[in-house]
Design a protein around this ligand. Structure first.
Ligand code: A3P
Length: 901
């Protein structure tokens, strides 16, 4: 009997008078801890039954009886109010039973959890001793680019950062080799039948490739239209039975495919879908990898002589002894969570370790707002004790684990007396946890448009920490709602560095919240920004019934679902939780203890934790390519725009870019465009003369605010156009990707002339600028410099010739932008007929009203080019550096370059 009820004698007495059938109702409503609403309903029902009984017993009323009935009624009424108050106010102090977690940790019968020490060294490394001449890349054959399983496979590869190429199975194969190197380490067929029925020529080619380069094949048996019983897989000594309904999957512990996945357990219950294919091999080359039991009656081939159902092989390994090619065949897609793990192991095994994921998984659990929460939802002493003991259990599973507590000092002691006592207890255990600074008042940093105020508030939190002996040297910080981290609020980075010496932070928002598998990290102003994972626990999910999808969904997330997969697929997991997740139903404790147990149960992963700064360093050692940020447009993401300063506007970004290349007439085009009353270019950069050169150099690291600072806010954004011209954008390796991330709708204008002429003009330009190499070597010597020539000469040659590889550069632009966004100007025409060119540019840009260039441009005989008309006799031409006089290109060079281009 729960103490609350036992304490009330009247209540006990009432229980005596009520029939037995009503008692279990209340008891089960309590013990079973369903939901509060149901409990209230149970309580009301129980009381109404009792009332009914009382009314019946009042038929023979005497004074004594009347008084005793009255007494009982009063007691009932008081009890009822107490019960209702309890149900409506879960934090009412008498409800000490609430301090017991309503969710007991997930019970798992898992051998890994009972072993004292798990032996991880046994796991195969798959790395072949032979030096394989293959790239760590998957070739994924799909039926169509829209097919479901194909997409699932591709998403899994992306999540695990495995490189891949998708090809639609068709008449031709993609190129499989590059010189003497194989381009793919594993071939995956979304539909196994397409592999089996490939035309002979392609199949022979593919098989030859697989044998020669030691490359294996993965195939998924498709969902079949008809029921196949004992049907042979074309050309192989193995039979299938389709449309099966299965349950209780387990893995073959003897299989050498298993590395990340741990065998020995059974996934009890029905397997998703009722169209599984099972395999019946007839050759020693096959070994089961996964098996399951039937959920329905079996046809004869799958029943033993004694009539017992055999274990059905749902995933099989082909050792390659039949035809020299190793394979893994799946009898169902990735709907079953275990298949995602098996696919990863199959890729490692079949690529002989070329595609291989590490087995270390780092887990950091942030409790963002340890003091922030409404009265009634905050931690009480028993919650803090539960937190400490859960931490101990987690430490046994995750080496080096400590909860990481974020604090906003202003909200300290803002709870009930009991909750404040909880915080006092927490303060007694400061050293048991890691700590990091949140904002003092929990205000979002992007709301500070005044740096001094932001810095002042940060200092208040630091003073609080110092006063309470909370460590201040973690080098880690987190902002409320991740505001100011991405999109970047420069003041936040500045103040973080100055006040807290922050070196690392984390966000879910880069580049976007969804899809989670694409979250990445970056470094800005020497602060490492790490991706965070979502665990499904938010500020308001403090009771199980508030968990989206309820208990069932939470357990699904834990047992093979999204949360479990997050730990498996991300080498570093930073989870965000809140104080309220640790009080009340203590959902976070339940969630993490359970999911980490499950991970131990089903995987060979080593669970580790360390300090955030070390995590940051590890992250960028693993993924150095992520160090450079990619700035997106905050207005293209509804979440980003909410955490962007109200004083900023996306209108301060260009509508079109003039991308070059150099020496084709870009300055002339720039000056003609600037004559247009509705077109504004950027302001000049003091660092790079007239061009900003944002997307291609170190200026990019200065961030979005810096770039936007060059553009005025248009008075009328629908009729005014902003543009930027940086002639080196054309051939900049990173530029198309970066430009597209920020300006996906922008239009692009490029000017092309003969690459030979362009190279020669550039050489003359370098000479005019006093470049010593250009002055010391003739044009011919520059363009014919070989790999044995001196470095400065080779560099000059490259800078002279590489921009002229027009098709290569245009191809790169066109992988990001559509061809309808690109306008190519003939540079010769720009020289000789600029009015016509400008008219077509205006048309392309859809600028209205059109500007009459015929009345604003005139050929200037002295300059030898078209110039801007100032008045009848006067024109304004480009400076001396444009349209230079220099000798004609020598014949040899011209011939050579014409042959090359
Ligand atoms: P040269 O100086 O070699 O003749 P950019 O501005 O991209 O650096 O290109 C410079 C080239 O623009 C000049 O190369 C010149 O030929 C060409 N050009 C085209 N129209 C021009 C104009 N109206 N005035 C000056 N130069 C022009």
């Amino acid at each position: 009997m729960p103490s609350d009820y036992a304490a009330d004698d009247g209540h006990e007495a009432l229980l005596e008078t009520c029939s037995d059938s009503t008692r279990p109702h209340l008891a089960s409503g309590w013990v079973g801890a369903k939901n509060r609403w149901r409990k209230r309903q149970d309580g009301q029902r129980w009381l109404s039954v009792c009332w009914h009984r009382l009314v019946q017993s009042c038929r023979f009323l005497t004074t004594r009886r009347f008084l005793s009935v009255l007494l009982v009624l009063i007691t009932m009424s008081i009890t009822y109010n107490i019960v209702i108050f309890y149900f409506e106010n879960p934090v009412f102090p008498i409800s000490s039973a609430w301090k017991e977690p309503r969710l007991l940790p997930l019970q798992m019968t898992c051998s890994a959890l009972t072993e004292t020490r798990r032996n991880l060294s046994k796991q195969p490394e798959h790395r072949s001793m032979a030096k394989l001449r293959i790239d760590a890349k998957v070739l994924l054959f799909v039926e169509t680019i829209y097919s479901r399983l194909g997409r699932d496979i591709a998403e899994l590869l992306v999540h695990n950062r495995i490189k891949y190429k998708v090809d639609v199975v068709g008449k031709s194969l993609p190129v499989l080799t590059n010189l003497d190197k194989g381009k793919f380490a594993v071939i995956v067929f979304e539909n196994l039948t397409k592999y089996l029925t490939m035309d002979n020529w392609n199949r022979e080619l593919l098989d030859k490739y697989c044998r020669e380069y030691g490359v294996g094949v993965v195939g998924f048996h498709p969902v079949s239209e008809e029921v196949l019983i004992g049907s042979q897989l074309k050309g192989f000594p193995i039979f299938v039975h389709t449309k099966m309904n299965l349950k209780n999957a387990a893995l073959n512990p003897a299989s050498n495919v298993l590395r990340l996945t741990r065998a020995g357990e059974t996934a009890w219950g029905n397997l998703p879908g009722n169209d599984w294919t099972v395999f019946a091999p007839n050759h020693s080359t096959y070994e089961p990898l996964e098996w399951a039991s039937p959920n329905s009656e079996l046809p004869s081939p799958f029943v033993s002589d004694h009539g017992a159902a055999r274990l059905l092989y749902t995933v099989v390994q082909d050792h390659g002894t039949y035809d020299g090619i190793q394979r893994v065949l799946f009898g169902s897609g990735l709907g079953f969570w275990l298949h995602r793990l098996l696919l990863l192991d199959a890729l490692t095994h079949l690529s002989q370790g070329q595609i291989s994921l590490g087995l270390n998984r780092y887990v950091l659990i942030d409790i963002d707002d340890i003091f922030v929460g409404e009265k009634g939802t905050r931690l009480k002493p028993p919650d803090v004790e539960a937190l400490l003991s859960s931490q101990k259990r987690l430490q046994a599973m995750v080496s080096g684990f400590k909860f990481n507590l974020g604090f906003s000092g202003m909200y300290f002691h803002h709870g009930t007396d009991e909750e404040n006592a909880g915080e006092d207890l927490l303060m007694e255990h400061i050293d048991d946890f890691s700590w990091f600074s949140h904002m003092w008042n929990h205000k979002q940093p992007h709301l500070y448009d005044n740096y001094t105020h932001l810095e002042m508030d940060m200092k208040l939190n630091k003073n609080f920490a110092t006063e309470k002996n909370i460590p201040t040297d973690s080098g880690y910080s987190v902002a409320p709602h991740h505001a100011g981290v991405y999109p970047v609020h420069e003041y936040l980075y500045e103040a973080w560095k100055k006040v807290w010496n922050v070196k690392v932070t984390s966000t879910e928002e880069y580049p976007h919240l969804r899809p989670a598998r694409l979250r990445r990290g970056f470094i800005h102003r020497n602060i490492m920004v790490l991706p965070r994972q979502t665990c499904g626990l938010f500020t308001h999910t403090y009771l199980i019934e508030k968990y989206p999808g309820g208990r069932e969904k939470l357990d699904e997330n834990i047992q093979g679902g999204e949360l479990f997969q997050s730990i498996v697929f991300n080498p570093i997991n930073i989870f965000m939780t809140h104080m309220s997740n640790y009080g009340n139903d203590r959902l976070a404790l339940y969630t993490f203890e359970s999911v980490l147990k499950f991970t131990q149960c089903w995987t060979n992963l080593r669970l580790l934790s360390t300090l955030p700064v070390e995590l940051g360093e590890k992250y960028f050692q693993m993924f150095p390519e992520e160090e450079d940020p990619i700035w997106g447009n905050p207005c293209d993401d509804s979440r980003h725009i909410k955490t962007w300063s109200h004083n900023k506007t996306c209108q301060q970004l260009p509508n079109f870019l003039v991308i070059g290349p150099q020496k084709t007439g870009t300055t002339a085009l720039y000056s003609f465009l600037s004559m247009h009353p509705n077109i504004n270019s950027n302001l000049n950069s003091i660092d790079t003369f007239e061009e900003i050169q944002f997307f291609n150099g170190k200026n990019y690291y200065r961030g979005l605010d810096w770039y936007m600072g060059f553009f005025p806010v248009p008075i009328n954004s629908s009729s005014q156009y902003l543009f930027e011209k940086s002639a080196t954008y054309f051939d900049g390796e990173q530029v198309p990707k970066r430009a597209h991330a920020l300006l996906p709708q922008a239009k692009l204008v490029t000017i092309l002339i003969s690459p030979a002429k362009r190279a020669y003009s550039w050489y003359q330009h370098m000479r005019a600028h006093g470049d010593q190499v250009a002055l010391n070597y003739s044009f011919y010597e520059v363009i014919t410099a070989s790999e044995s020539s001196n470095r400065p000469l080779r560099d000059l040659r490259n800078r002279c010739l590489l921009p002229g590889k027009y098709s290569q550069h245009l191809e790169r632009w066109l992988t990001y932008y559509s061809s309808s966004q690109l306008f190519i100007i003939d540079g010769e025409e720009l020289r000789t007929a600029p009015v016509d060119v400008m008219n077509s540019v205006q048309k392309f840009l859809k600028i209205t009203p059109p500007f009459d260039y015929a009345t604003h441009l005139r050929f200037d005989k002295k300059k030898g080019f078209y110039c801007q008309i100032i008045n009848e006799d006067k024109t304004k031409c480009l400076g001396r550096s444009k349209g230079r006089k220099y000798p004609q290109m020598d014949e040899r060079s011209l011939k050579l370059l014409q042959v090359r281009s």
